[in-house]
Ligand binder design. Structure first.
Ligand SMILES: NC(=O)c1ccc[n+]([C@@H]2O[C@H](COP(=O)([O-])OP(=O)(O)OC[C@H]3O[C@@H](n4cnc5c(N)ncnc54)[C@H](O)[C@@H]3O)[C@@H](O)[C@H]2O)c1
Length: 345
């Protein structure tokens, strides 16, 4: 879990190991800074699993931007659509529902977004503000008479979109063989008996409105980068899922969905699709990012890496600070100056 990264990472650094470290580096900003400083002191390389950097979609976007296809970036709109079932599984019923036991949503899910957006924009973050709440997945919205566990006979069972029996047990085509069933079981291809155990005895069987979750189900960020580049970013649970990005430049506009990139060129007045090069193996996990980071790791550690996707631990930590600052801004209702915030750590 997120809070378990720090101690083994520090031990590994002490022993001189290079590390492939899962995000978040730590849910505590001071621990992030300590890992960064100790790695520097010991000359150890740490690659944080910001897998999107290695996904063909984002590598193609980065190249198009660096090739000048949209001119200088002026503004960015980005959406992290978590997906309603993904939210209910991971961020309501699951391990990341309660920020005290794991991380705030904006760190756990969106540290990827802050990292990838900073990489694409290519400038330092200066200021941000944030709004967001947990609005839907809470007891006030529980159906009248709903029991603690869905299998116990909920009066709303037929209509509830989050009925755990349907999601984790029934042979419903939408949910059968999906990743959240094996994730709940902790093994691939769980049996019917194992799924029955899940809905009767684990957090995944609980009424989605009666869990101990406190992380937000929607949050927005308004941010300012160097050279007056602006970003509006939103994460929310109420969608099919996927990341969507629009980047507005002085010469054109780039629009990216999950598997398609288009550029509208101001000069020609035409929109053209930018082909995404997908190599063997790239098609899997995180849009090819899982394959890409592992493919990069060896060269990165050996000092033979020539690409531009991998980043140092310092950049990863700097981009994590954006998430910590965003959470502070949301909770305190303030605008955070990133340099001033970093000085407090
Ligand atoms: N880079 C990414 O895109 C990405 C995606 C998903 C998860 N993650 C990160 O990976 C980490 C794990 O997430 P996950 O989705 O694999 O969780 P998970 O719950 O599916 O798996 C975690 C595994 O760790 C085991 N475990 C828990 N505590 C342990 C301990 N003290 N010692 C040994 N084993 C222990 C559990 O039994 C489980 O098998 C989290 O920090 C998460 O943020 C990163």
């Amino acid at each position: 879990m997120d809070q378990d990264h720090f101690i083994p990472a520090m031990k590994a650094i002490e022993l001189g190991y290079d590390i492939l470290l899962e995000k978040p580096v730590s849910p505590d900003p001071e621990e992030c800074k300590k890992i960064e400083a100790f790695a520097k002191e010991k000359g150890v390389k740490i690659l944080v699993c910001h897998v999107l950097r290695y996904a063909p979609l984002y590598m193609t976007m980065k190249k198009a931007i660096d090739d000048g296809m949209i001119g200088d970036i002026v503004s960015v709109n980005a959406e992290e659509c978590v997906g309603n079932i993904h939210q209910s599984h991971s961020f309501v019923r699951g391990n990341w529902g309660n920020s005290k036991k794991s991380s705030p949503m904006i760190l756990q899910k969106c540290c990827h977004d802050f990292d990838i957006l900073q990489w694409l924009i290519g400038k330092k973050l200066k200021k941000l503000q944030s709004f967001g709440t947990l609005t839907y997945f809470k007891e006030a919205n529980a159906p009248k008479g709903s029991p603690e566990y869905c299998y116990q006979g909920c009066p709303a069972a037929d209509d509830c979109l989050y009925n755990a029996v349907k999601i984790y047990y029934d042979d419903d085509e939408r949910y059968k063989d999906r990743w959240f069933r094996s994730a709940a079981a902790g093994i691939p291809e769980p049996t019917k008996e194992q799924l029955e155990h899940i809905i009767k005895n684990t957090q995944y069987g609980k009424c989605v409105f009666k869990c101990d979750n406190d992380v937000v189900d929607h949050q927005t960020i308004n941010a300012l980068y160097e050279d007056d580049v602006t970003l509006t970013f939103t994460m929310n649970a109420f969608n099919k899922g996927g990341r969507f990005t629009r980047i507005f430049g002085t010469k054109g506009e780039l629009t990216a969905t999950e598997d398609k990139i288009e550029i509208y060129d101001f000069g020609t007045g035409k929109t053209k699709e930018i082909p995404i090069v997908v190599n063997e193996g790239d098609a899997y996990g995180h849009g090819g990012g899982d394959y890409g980071i592992v493919d990069t790791l060896y060269d990165y550690i050996m000092g033979t890496y020539t690409g531009n996707a991998a980043s140092s631990i310092s950049i990863s930590v700097e981009n994590h600070l954006a998430s910590f600052a965003a959470e502070k801004a949301r909770v305190e209702g303030t605008i955070i100056d990133i340099d001033e915030y970093a000085k407090t750590l």
